[in-house]
Design a protein around this ligand. Structure first.
Ligand SMILES: [Fe+2]
Ligand SMILES: [Fe+2]
Length: 183
């Protein structure tokens, strides 16, 4: 008796999305290391936490695939591309990446809708909401940087921004305590 509750299409789509979350985690990790190297401890801390959060998203999908009796396919994760050339570019890339990921999440949600796989559709709504949060966060940070001069931010502005990130990373503090049940 076949106990796999996911269609082949959904199983594949979820596995691809799982790897995408792992890829997102690697990107945040690379940018965090880059920011740390530049001396931006607050920003590095924020990005390290976010890398952790993305890994939890990966785990959340992995656990769902298992729960539905389907097969998890752990593959190689693409390496992040080159380091950003500035902090402003770093956050621009982060925003672009989040939008990209939102599109990927929508694809899986759409497939599940087409197949009337309401369990997966319901599961994907968590990611739809999460992407709204992440896009908003990236958008707000970019706005702050734009006000402070964007690409031409002075060393003073960069210093304050980094210090602010250290303080406000309380808002992503939860990332440290997250579980796969509550990423
Ligand atoms: Fe994610
Ligand atoms: Fe994200």
């Amino acid at each position: 008796m076949n106990t796999n509750r996911l269609s082949k299409t959904i199983e594949t789509a979820l596995n691809i999305q799982m790897t995408k979350e792992a890829h997102a985690s690697q990107i945040y990790l690379a940018y965090a290391a880059w920011a740390g190297n530049q001396g931006f401890a607050g920003i590095a801390n924020f990005l390290f936490k976010h890398a952790h959060e993305e890994r939890n998203h990966m785990m959340k999908i992995l656990e769902y695939i298992l729960k539905r009796g389907a097969e998890v396919d752990v593959t190689a994760v693409p390496a992040p591309k080159e380091n950003p050339v500035s902090l402003f570019k770093c956050f621009e890339k982060i925003f672009e990446h989040e939008v990209d990921n939102t599109k990927a999440v929508y694809k899986v949600a759409k497939l599940s809708h087409e197949e009337e796989d309401w369990a997966t559709w319901n599961f994907m709504q968590w990611f739809v909401n999460e992407q709204v949060e992440e896009e908003t966060l990236a958008m707000n940070l970019l706005d702050k940087m734009k006000i402070a001069g964007g690409e031409k931010m002075s060393s003073n502005a960069l210093y304050s921004f980094d210090r602010d990130m250290e303080k406000t990373s309380g808002e992503v503090e939860a990332a440290q305590d997250v579980t796969t049940v509550n990423p």
